[in-house]
Design a binder for this molecule. Structure first.
Ligand code: ASP
Length: 433
């Protein structure tokens, strides 16, 4: 067991968590026991990951940018990152739309099931609709205004303000490039060492990952709705999963074409981050591990990972955009609406933007889906239809979100000549020390 690779340990933790929960639900007190005594350990695990996200972004981004030495490299890398992110997102939405139009899962839902779903989940759906209304209230340029914090300590004290922290770190890094090297040295040395400490903390947290995912999955299983509802939504779920699976193939293909790194190399490198994304449903919580894996196990230099990955975790959500497209058309089909080509093209635009605006936390994609529905004139109440199955799909789309960020960081690294050999070739080398 000691020498087992980390991803196997995490997988075993997940499987045991599910089995344990399935056993516990047979007892009257089982569910309460899991919720009261097991779930908190999952929450502690997620908190510990979130705890280091802001310090990690600050330290690694400041160090990464200042290592670039020259600002033109930054704008070159920035441009390529954003363009590649947008292209992969558009590919994802298009795949989602194609599948949902071919399979037409919404037509498999009977009137009766539809009414039943709307009734059982309308309150839960209303909460998401209200959250989306809050977002819509803001002005057109609010997202731009929100980018610049008025107080860095305030920004850094809220995990929802990642983009503000990123902005400050880039700004600070630029300042470091522009002052004489002599003067920049102590600040750089400080962030360098700070960064090393944070990376070590990630290793320590990952030692607890198998236990953390055990607790997370056990709690999820005891709290999940009945299997009957899952069956009614099976075709919809199959469409989302098929699209997500295709995205994985596309990533490994593009990575191979552009960087000559094999799919085996790619997936072995990113696997622990994928498993965490699946267990936590949050790209933000997974970010520290994604950064560590891409840098140390996939050979992308820190200048690139520190820039591309935190931005990706917040704005690049291919899995989420694909899901939003499938869900929107599915709901329209279930309500007997026929969406024309124009409406579908508009969905490509709104789902791309909505995924950029989705927070990297569980269930955020669903809030932004309300906006996609609103734009396309699809009844927002339809959200209730997909509620029952949202969490498992959220887990899967988060895996794709994280994998997409890793793939793009390899492409960008290759294009600026910053892709080398992995520092750590063996699975667990850094976790064993
Ligand atoms: N949970 C997703 C993420 O963190 C966002 C979403 O689609 O809900 O990447």
């Amino acid at each position: 067991m000691k020498n087992l690779a980390l991803h196997w340990k995490i997988l075993i933790g997940m499987a045991l968590g599910i089995i344990f929960a399935l056993l516990m639900i047979n007892f009257d007190w089982g569910k309460d026991f899991v919720v009261e005594f097991i779930k908190p350990f999952g929450t502690i695990f997620i908190n510990s990951l979130k705890l280091i996200a802001v310090p990690l972004i600050l330290a690694s981004l400041i160090k990464g940018i200042s290592d670039l030495k020259d600002i033109s490299k930054l704008s070159q890398m920035g441009g390529r990152t954003i363009v590649t992110y947008i292209i992969t997102t558009i590919i994802a939405v298009t795949i989602g739309l194609t599948i949902v139009n071919i399979v037409k899962p919404g037509e498999t839902i009977s009137e009766e099931t539809r009414a039943e779903l709307v009734e059982s989940y309308s309150t839960a759906a209303d909460a998401k609709i209200a959250a989306a209304a809050e977002q819509k209230k803001a002005g057109k340029l609010q997202a731009l205004v929100d980018l610049v914090p008025s107080n860095i300590f305030k920004a850094a004290s809220d995990n929802g303000n990642m983009l503000q922290v990123i902005f400050f770190a880039i700004f600070f890094g630029i300042g470091l490039i522009l002052i004489p090297e002599e003067k920049a040295k102590p600040a750089k040395a400080f962030f360098d060492s700070f960064n090393e400490v944070i990376l070590k903390l990630i290793d320590l947290i990952m030692l607890a990952a198998p236990y953390g995912v055990f607790a997370l999955l056990a709690a999820l299983v005891v709290e999940s709705p009945s299997a009957d509802l899952f069956k009614a939504l099976a075709w919809y779920a199959i469409c989302v999963l098929l699209g997500l699976g295709l995205m994985m193939i596309i990533y490994s293909f593009i990575v191979y074409i552009f960087t000559k790194r094999t799919p085996k190399f790619f997936f072995e490198g990113i696997a622990p981050a994928q498993l965490l994304a699946f267990s936590t449903s949050s790209s933000a919580a997974t970010l520290p591990v994604t950064m560590e894996r891409v840098e140390e196990h996939m050979g992308v230099e820190e200048e690139v990972t520190s820039f591309v990955l935190p931005i990706g975790a917040t704005i690049n959500m291919d899995g989420t955009s694909l899901y939003q497209a499938v869900a929107a058309v599915f709901i329209a089909q279930a309500f007997g609406m026929n969406l024309g080509i124009e409406a579908q093209l508009a969905i490509i635009v709104t789902a791309t933007l909505a995924s950029i605006g989705s927070a990297a936390v569980p269930g955020a994609g669903m809030v932004m889906l309300v906006i996609v529905l609103g734009q396309a004139g699809i009844p927002e109440a339809g959200l209730a239809l997909i509620f029952a199955i949202d969490r498992p799909l959220d887990m899967c789309r988060t895996v794709v979100n994280v994998t997409g960020d890793a793939a793009v960081s390899m492409l960008v690294a290759k294009s600026v000549d910053k892709l080398g050999e992995p520092k750590i070739k063996n699975w667990d080398d850094n976790y064993k020390k």
